[in-house]
Write a protein that binds this ligand. Structure first.
Ligand SMILES: [Zn+2]
Ligand SMILES: [Zn+2]
Length: 425
């Protein structure tokens, strides 16, 4: 017999976990809205070229991890591996910049990468993120960073560290690339196969390589920070000054280049002491050239993205918000076909008044139905039996007090509503 399992690297979020997910998503939304970011929802798949052009051909994401497929029209499509390129595509396509010089957007969405599954790392995972489009101001970078950190502290996470770097711009980065190339020239034979290729095309990616041999060879590497042009240098100094003024602690990390090519100037990551040193909870940075690269007019921007699975992993070790399952207001116990007909009517009326109620569809006995009502946490049970039905009556049972009384069936909807209203805090 065939039995199906989730695809490797994917997971179900079962009803008992959904409460926690919704609670976290709600917190994220509240914080995003407090910072005046507006929600945007883009399709789950896009033209492959959107990602290969923006994220960069030599990155792990584009080179190894994308879920790319051809549709029946022979178009190459890719499930979104990250959120920035689709948001930027939507920004350009819908000319959002025409409405305001400052556009602030957020998303909460599933993303797809064919990585090796490990704890907290999935092939379909969920991210929330923001994109602040239009500003060159270092204060905008700082707003993005404070929002990223703020969500974690709002959720009660401790032991966070913020790592910062500047990855330069199109003026100073090519110069730094040459510095790196020259520095690594004599060490090429010790690098992994991928890095040998990266050495020519994109030596910054070597800093990102997880191979121990490559890490060893790059231990004493010259850092971008020491090769910034005056403008990048001024920008980064200002970001740091503003962070200090807000008492946001950070550590400079010259190796931090993020796994995407489009970053310019500020790059940052938030790490948790609870996860391994390499495992960031989230991160982001500036991408001043991306919008032009994707066909828009030159527009600076900065953003961040964070994984929800990672966040939940850390929350499970610190303190998870307690989410009790929503309990029922009423369970309608039905005995016989005639009772069921009446019950469906009563249920529809109550449900359209947003009373949470349910009934039995599997023909359980009176006792079993009352047990079910109990398990579901129902405050009341409305028992409709053949005999009461003939007299136009039903029994309303208060489940907590184990008391019951006969009421008019015609008035049962109003009666239930009144009692619930009296009991509500
Ligand atoms: Zn620069
Ligand atoms: Zn390598």
């Amino acid at each position: 017999m065939v039995s199906f399992q989730t695809v490797k690297g994917t997971h179900d979020i079962l009803p008992e976990e959904v409460g926690l997910w919704r609670c976290v998503e709600e917190k994220v939304r509240q914080m995003m809205e407090a910072y005046n970011y507006l929600e945007i929802r883009t399709p789950i798949f896009e033209h492959t070229e959107l990602f290969s052009r923006s994220i960069g051909q030599d990155t792990d994401i584009v080179g190894k991890e994308m879920y790319t497929f051809s549709d029946k029209g022979n178009r190459s499509l890719t499930l979104s591996p990250e959120g920035t390129a689709p948001v930027v595509r939507a920004y350009i396509q819908n000319n959002l910049g025409a409405q305001s010089p400052q556009v602030k957007l957020f998303y909460i969405a599933p993303m797809f990468r064919q990585e090796n599954p490990q704890q907290g790392r999935f092939r379909q995972f969920h991210q929330y993120g923001i994109e602040a489009i239009g500003s060159l101001d270092p204060a905008q970078d700082v707003e993005v960073i404070t929002l990223a950190m703020g969500i974690y502290s709002e959720l009660g996470l401790q032991k966070l560290s913020l790592r910062m770097n500047s990855v330069g711009c199109r003026i100073c980065r090519p110069i730094y690339r040459d510095v790196l190339r020259n520095f690594l020239k004599s060490r090429i034979s010790a690098l992994c196969k991928d890095c040998v290729q990266r050495h020519e095309e994109n030596p910054l990616r070597i800093l990102d390589c997880k191979e121990p041999a490559c890490r060893e060879q790059t231990e004493d590497i010259p850092f971008m920070i020491d090769h910034l042009c005056p403008e990048c240098s001024r920008h980064f100094a200002k970001v740091q000054e503003l962070l200090s003024q807000l008492d946001v602690a950070y550590v400079l990390d010259g190796r931090l280049v993020r796994g995407l090519d489009y970053y310019t100037k500020t790059a940052f990551e938030v790490l948790s002491g609870e996860l391994g040193a390499q495992d960031a909870l989230g991160g982001g940075g500036r991408y001043d050239d991306l919008i032009e690269m994707l066909g828009g007019s030159p527009t600076p921007a900065v953003g961040f993205a964070a994984g929800i699975e990672r966040l939940l992993m850390v929350l499970s070790r610190e303190k998870r918000p307690r989410v009790s399952p929503r309990s029922l207001d009423l369970f309608v116990v039905v005995l016989g076909d005639d009772a069921k007909k009446v019950a469906l009517k009563v249920l529809r009326q109550l449900r359209h008044k947003l009373v949470r109620c349910d009934t039995d569809f599997v023909g359980r006995s009176l006792k079993a139905q009352l047990r079910a009502a109990n398990r579901l946490g129902a405050r009341y049970a409305l028992i409709i039996g053949e005999e009461e039905l003939h007299r136009g009556k039903a029994i309303l049972r208060d489940m907590d007090k184990s008391q019951q009384e006969e009421i008019d069936l015609n008035e049962s909807v109003q009666e239930v509503c009144d009692r619930l209203a009296r009991r509500s805090p």
